[in-house]
Design a protein around this ligand. Structure first.
Ligand code: URP
Ligand code: ZN
Ligand code: ZN
Length: 464
């Protein structure tokens, strides 16, 4: 298939220019000020005049198949990859979260099997390490050889996904030896357990007490703890879903000492705050995620860190649970916020919300927008320059962006498989009008037109 995208304004982290892009098969074949369409009689011609053309977005933190807190996340690769593409995400990295007793290789096969033949977008995985022993080490080496060049550890979720300090050390030691990145959820699990127990015993059981059970100091301690292990082992780290000033500053102190650690934040932490989780009639449960939504004062700090480059990526931490039947697991009469499945669905809305609240308000420019959503993740997770940029030879993952679109987010018309949308009623500026994933038009006129099974696992090298 040949596609010619004409007159678009191409944006990468360091370039902005108007040009035509010729796609041949799965790759970008040529970029030139003007490509004569009469040479390509069978080509689909797309007029991108007045629109931006971005490299396909990469979401480095997604949960689709997720057995968690006594239930399962609601999306699969059918709804999840369609929602991702509608939001301009052409590659997602899913967290493999095995139970502690699971064999790592079997878990990897299980998660892969959920994506293969079903995903409409490209994908990869962070391999969750929820136990470290000899047999799992052998499996982890095999998984890295298969192109999954990052691990995931949870310092939180005591008794479930969380690892011990010995296991954390061994994971970092192996990562250093293999040159892979350790991604980490940083909250002190013991402190969370103590604080949860205290609050519940005091009758403070509603969703609004989720945040006080995991205050900013608990997250900052987790970051400090993880970074100390990086420092001791020399491993490369990546802190997921950083929610507050205290956590970012804790990581920054280690960066200044030469520790190789990158910081991610997620779209809920940039546009929502803890008052959402305080909504009455248990509606706050829709906004229970970990680390929790914070006091609004942290947002300004996060936006500055996003703009300055201190924060490298904006992901989603898409973790979709229905309100009815799932979030309600912590509802009165057995009211207990610790039973509410953690997570906010957002894989569809990352780019539109970042554009609306970041670019349209002048907090970040278009180059930073592309870096935060695509290029930085491609580099860190070993996909650059096949992905994360627009140049001859790269994968034809492109987002044609309509900056003039105005709309409103609603569960009534979202594609994610949840019965609510955490951004209900949010007004949106701009959206993808056309998306290609390795040369296949997957979104046209902001409607999914791709096909399930088109997506492939991205073979990743070691990050840069
Ligand atoms: O609340 C969250 N973040 N749920 C998904 C699991 C995780 O911690 O990433
Ligand atoms: Zn997490
Ligand atoms: Zn997560």
């Amino acid at each position: 298939m040949t596609i010619l995208i004409k007159n678009g304004t191409i944006i990468t982290p360091d370039q902005r220019y108007v040009a035509d892009i010729l796609i041949s098969g799965e790759s970008v074949a040529r970029i030139a000020p003007s490509i004569d369409e009469s040479q390509f009689v069978d080509a689909e011609i797309i007029d991108a005049g007045g629109k931006y053309v971005f490299p396909g977005f990469i979401d480095p933190h997604v949960h689709l198949y997720l057995p968690f807190m006594g239930t399962y996340a609601k999306d699969d690769y059918d709804s999840g990859s369609r929602a991702a593409l509608l939001g301009g995400t052409t590659t997602l990295i899913e967290m493999i979260c095995p139970a502690r007793d699971d064999d790592a290789w079997e878990a990897y096969q299980l998660w892969k099997g959920k994506a293969e033949g079903l995903s409409a977008c490209d994908y990869s995985f962070h391999m969750g390490v929820t136990r470290f022993d000899e047999s799992n080490e052998i499996a982890l080496r095999r998984i890295v050889n298969d192109g999954v060049t990052s691990f995931k550890v949870f310092l939180a979720y005591k008794g479930a996904l969380g690892v011990t300090d010995d296991e954390l050390f061994e994971t970092c030691r192996l990562a250093k030896e293999l040159g892979v990145v350790v991604t980490a959820h940083c909250e002190n699990a013991d402190l969370v357990a103590r604080l949860q127990a205290q609050l519940v015993a005091a009758g403070k059981t509603g969703p609004e007490f989720h945040e006080p059970s995991r205050p900013v100091a608990v997250e900052a301690e987790g970051v400090h703890h993880f970074c100390t292990f990086l420092q001791m082992t020399g491993a490369k780290g990546y802190i997921v879903h950083t929610s507050c000033k205290d956590a970012v500053e804790a990581a920054a102190r280690f960066r200044m000492q030469g520790v190789n650690v990158e910081i991610e934040t997620v779209i809920p932490h940039l546009v929502l705050d803890k008052t959402y989780a305080e909504r009455p009639n248990f509606e706050g449960a829709k906004y229970v995620m970990s680390p929790p939504l914070r006091d609004i004062k942290h947002q300004a700090f996060l936006w500055d860190a996003v703009a300055s480059g201190m924060i490298a990526t904006v992901a989603t931490d898409h973790a979709p649970f229905d309100f009815v039947g799932q979030k309600e697991m912590g509802k009165p009469p057995t009211s207990d916020f610790t039973k509410i499945p953690n997570g906010i669905p957002s894989v569809e809305h990352r780019a539109t919300l970042l554009y609306t609240h970041g670019v349209a308000t002048g907090r970040i420019d278009l180059h930073r927008f592309v870096d935060l959503l695509s290029t930085s993740a491609a580099k860190q997770f070993g996909m650059f320059p096949n992905k994360g940029t627009i140049q001859p030879g790269c994968d034809a993952d492109l987002v044609v962006w309509d900056p003039d679109y105005r709309g409103t987010i609603s569960a009534a018309n979202h594609t994610m498989n949840t019965d609510y949308d955490g951004f209900e009623g949010f007004e949106i500026v701009g959206r993808p009008s056309l998306v290609t994933c390795r040369g296949a038009v997957s979104v046209r006129n902001s409607t999914f037109v791709g096909f399930l099974g088109h997506g492939r696992q991205v073979p990743r090298s070691l990050g840069q």
